[in-house]
Design a protein. Structure first.
Length: 645
C-alpha cells in the first residue's frame, strides 16, 4: 500500500511532443486503423505507441504551443500471418501511412503466453508423453512459452510459433523450476492455436525435492535485522512536471513503451545558467540470452526479450518498501492490448533519491583541515518479469555530471533435468537431479548522443606503454593514443583490456575554458565475449552481441539493434544491415550502440531463487566541464561539523 512518501503521477493530456500516448490517443489510433483498414476477425494489434517526432519539433517546442502528434501502429491478421504498419495523425484523426511488411513475424503477445500452456496441455501427443513420465495430473504441468527462433525446419516455415519447456508443480505455489520435465518440448502454432509437433528427446525422472523459497514456506528468519528507514522530512530534491524531471542540475523526460520499456529523453545539464544537452534519447534496444547446451531442444534457448516479447509489456507494478524505498514518485504506463484497447501498468517506473557515500574529500596534510561532501544520486528504475527471470533497469544520475546504467538480473534460473549418473557438460548441478545451463545475458543500449548539440564525433582512447629508450630510460612511461572513428564499418569495436580502452563522444564545436572539445566518455564496465559460433543462428540474428561498440549516423527508423522484427528472423537485420552503407561519422548526428552483459556460469547459490547480479556501463564527463562540477554541493546539514573543519 502506498503511504505519504509515495506519489503516483496521474494521467493527463499530453503537454509535450515526447509524452507517451494517452489512453484516449491509443483508442483513437486503433479506431482510425480499424476504420480505414479493417483486417477482419483475425486482426490483432502488436503495437500502438508514440511515433516520436523529428528532433526539430522537440528542440523548437515551447510550453503551451501546439505540436504534431502521431501514433505508430503494428497490426497483423492471424488468419494469414500478414503484418501491417500504420502511421496515424492524431491531430487530423486519419491514417497517413499504411504498408504491408512481408516475411516477418510480430512479437509474442500476452494472449499467446496464456494460449501456449492451454494448447499444449490439451494435445493428446503431449499428454501421452507426460504419461510416459508418470504424470497424469495435467493441470499441475507448467508450460513455459519460448520464442522458437529460426532453424530452417520445413514444417515450421511460414508459421508464427512458440517453443515450450515444462516443469511440474505439486501445488499452485510450488517452485516448478525445481522439477524439470526433461526432454519434452511442444512446438505451438500461435495463430492456429494448435500443436504443430511434439519433440520427445527421451524420458528422465522428474526431480521431486522441495526447493520452495517464498516466505510462506519458511518458519525461521534472521532475528538481527533492525529497521532501516529513509526519511526526507522536507521531501525529495527532485521536481516533476508532467513527464519532465528536474533534479540538482539534471533535466530529462521519462517515457515508456511496450517494447523498450523505460525510455529517457532530452537529457541535459544546467551549467552556469544554460541547459547543455548530453543525450537526445536513451533506451534498451535489444537483449539476447544465448544458452550453451546443444541438444534436447535446449539449442533453441536464445530469447530476444525486448524484440520478441516486449520488456515494457512485462513490466511490474512497483511496490513501496520492496522495489523502491524513500520518498517516491511513480509513473504509470499506458499500453495497448491485442484489441487496440488501452490498459494501465500502475507504478511501472520509480523515481527516488539515494545516499551514495562520499562525493569528494580531502584532508590537508599540513593544516589538518578537512573538507568532505556526501553524495546522493537520483534513481529511475523499472522491473520486468520475463518468464523465469526478472530484469531491473536502473538509471543513476550523479551530482558530478556522470550517468550510470545498471541492469539487475534476479528471479529463477532456467533448469533442466539429469538422468541417473549423468554429469552435465553444459551446466551446474543446483539441486539433486537438476542443473542450470551455462548462458549469457547480452544487452544492447542505444544512446542517441547530443553532447553540446547534434554534431559529434567518437574518439577511441587507448593507453599504450612506451618502449624503454633514451626518452624512457626507466620503462615507466605510458601515454594515450586517440583515434577518431571515421565510418560505420571502422567503428565496430571491441574492448581491449590491455589498452584500458574507452570511447569519447566529443562535440564538433563546443570547447571548455582549457580549449578542449567538450565530451562524455563511455566506460564499458561489463563487456561480454561471444562464445556462439559466428555461423550459428543466434550469432546471425543477434550480430549486435559480437561487438561492444557500434556507431551509426542517425536515422529515425534505426531504433532496434536486431531489427524491427527479430521474432523468427533469419538474421542480418538491424546493425549489420545499416552499417553496410559505411556512412561517415565525423562531426555529425551520431548514435552509440553499446553491448554489455552477464556471463553466467551458475552456482548452487543461485538457486532456488537467484540473488541480484548486475551489469552496466558509465557515461562520465570528459572535458564537458572545466573543473569538478560538484564543488557547489553544500556540506551535509546533519553532519556539518565533519564536513567542513
Amino acid at each position: 500500500m502506498p503511504d505519504a512518501n509515495a506519489e503516483t503521477l496521474t494521467h493527463a493530456a499530453p503537454g509535450h511532443p515526447l509524452d507517451p500516448l494517452t489512453p484516449d490517443e491509443i483508442r483513437q489510433a486503433s479506431a482510425a486503423v480499424r476504420a480505414a483498414h479493417d483486417l477482419g476477425p483475425g486482426m490483432m494489434f502488436e503495437t500502438v505507441s508514440l511515433h516520436e517526432p523529428d528532433k526539430s519539433v522537440v528542440t523548437d517546442f515551447r510550453a503551451g504551443a501546439s505540436f504534431p502528434r502521431e501514433a505508430f501502429v503494428c497490426a497483423f491478421d492471424r488468419t494469414n500471418g500478414q503484418v501491417w504498419e500504420a502511421r496515424v495523425d492524431l491531430v487530423a484523426d486519419k491514417v497517413v501511412d499504411w504498408r504491408h511488411v512481408p516475411g516477418v513475424r510480430p512479437r509474442i503477445l500476452i494472449d499467446d503466453i496464456t494460449l501456449v500452456g492451454e494448447v499444449a496441455r490439451a494435445d493428446p501427443r503431449f499428454r501421452e508423453a507426460l504419461a510416459r513420465r508418470g504424470i497424469t495430473d495435467i493441470e499441475n504441468v507448467q508450460v513455459d512459452p519460448w520464442s522458437a527462433g529460426n532453424y530452417g525446419l520445413p514444417d515450421e516455415e511460414g508459421r508464427r510459433l512458440s517453443h515450450t519447456f515444462c516443469w511440474y508443480r505439486s501445488e499452485k505455489h510450488d517452485n516448478g523450476y525445481a522439477h524439470p520435465i526433461e526432454g519434452l518440448c511442444a512446438v505451438v502454432d500461435l495463430d492456429r492455436a494448435e500443436v504443430l509437433r511434439v519433440d520427445d528427446y527421451g524420458v528422465a525422472d522428474v526431480p521431486r525435492l522441495d526447493r520452495n523459497y517464498a516466505a510462506r514456506y519458511r518458519s525461521v528468519f534472521r532475528d538481527d535485522v533492525k529497521p532501516l528507514e529513509i526519511v526526507q522530512p522536507a521531501g525529495p530534491s527532485f521536481v516533476v512536471e508532467g513527464n519532465e524531471v528536474r533534479w540538482q542540475k539534471w533535466r530529462f523526460r521519462v517515457g515508456f513503451n511496450a517494447r523498450e520499456g523505460l525510455v529517457l529523453h532530452a537529457i541535459g545539464y544546467e551549467d552556469e545558467g544554460r541547459l547543455r544537452s548530453v543525450l537526445h534519447r536513451a533506451a534498451l534496444s535489444e537483449m539476447v540470452v544465448p544458452y550453451g547446451h546443444p541438444g534436447g531442444g535446449h539449442f533453441r534457448k536464445n530469447a530476444f526479450d525486448v524484440g520478441e516479447y516486449g520488456i515494457g509489456v512485462l513490466a511490474n507494478s512497483l511496490t513501496l518498501g520492496c522495489d523502491c524505498l524513500g520518498a517516491i514518485r511513480y509513473f504509470d504506463a499506458w499500453l495497448a492490448d491485442s484489441k487496440g484497447d488501452p490498459y494501465c501498468i500502475e507504478s511501472a517506473v520509480c523515481l527516488h533519491e539515494e545516499d551514495f557515500g562520499i562525493l569528494w574529500k580531502h584532508t590537508d596534510l599540513f593544516t589538518g583541515e578537512v573538507d568532505v561532501r556526501r553524495a546522493r544520486r537520483l534513481v529511475v528504475s523499472s522491473i520486468s518479469t520475463i518468464g523465469n527471470y526478472e530484469y531491473g533497469s536502473f538509471w543513476y544520475f550523479h551530482q558530478d555530471g556522470s550517468i550510470h546504467f545498471e541492469m539487475k538480473a534476479t528471479g529463477i534460473m532456467n533448469t533442466a533435468g539429469l538422468r541417473p549418473g549423468e554429469a552435465p557438460d553444459y551446466g551446474t548441478i543446483v539441486s539433486p537431479g537438476v542443473y542450470a545451463h551455462y548462458h549469457q545475458h547480452v544487452f544492447n543500449m542505444r544512446l542517441d548522443m547530443a553532447v553540446d548539440g547534434e554534431r559529434n564525433r567518437v574518439v577511441e582512447v587507448d593507453t599504450v606503454a612506451l618502449p624503454m629508450d633514451a626518452d624512457n630510460p626507466y620503462g615507466n612511461a605510458f601515454t594515450t593514443r586517440q583515434t577518431v572513428l571515421q565510418t560505420e564499418q571502422g567503428a565496430q569495436r571491441n574492448v581491449d583490456f590491455n589498452a584500458a580502452r574507452f570511447w569519447k563522444i566529443e562535440s564538433a564545436e563546443a570547447r571548455n575554458r582549457l580549449g578542449q572539445p567538450t565530451a562524455y566518455k563511455l566506460l564499458p564496465l561489463n563487456p561480454v565475449p561471444t562464445f556462439s559460433h559466428p555461423q550459428s543462428m543466434v550469432s546471425r540474428r543477434a550480430a549486435f552481441m559480437t561487438r561492444q561498440l557500434w556507431v551509426t549516423a542517425y536515422h529515425p527508423d534505426e531504433i532496434y539493434a536486431a531489427g524491427r522484427y527479430p521474432n523468427q528472423s533469419s538474421g542480418g537485420d538491424g546493425l549489420p544491415a545499416w552499417t553496410e552503407a559505411d556512412r561517415p561519422l565525423v562531426d555529425t548526428d551520431l548514435v552509440i550502440w553499446h553491448s554489455f552483459g552477464l556471463h553466467h556460469i551458475p552456482r548452487p547459490e543461485d538457486f532456488p531463487v537467484q540473488p541480484v547480479i548486475t551489469a552496466g556501463f558509465a557515461l562520465h564527463p570528459a572535458g564537458f566541464f572545466t573543473e569538478n562540477p560538484a564543488l557547489d554541493v553544500p556540506p551535509s546539514v546533519s553532519s556539518m561539523s565533519c564536513c567542513v573543519d
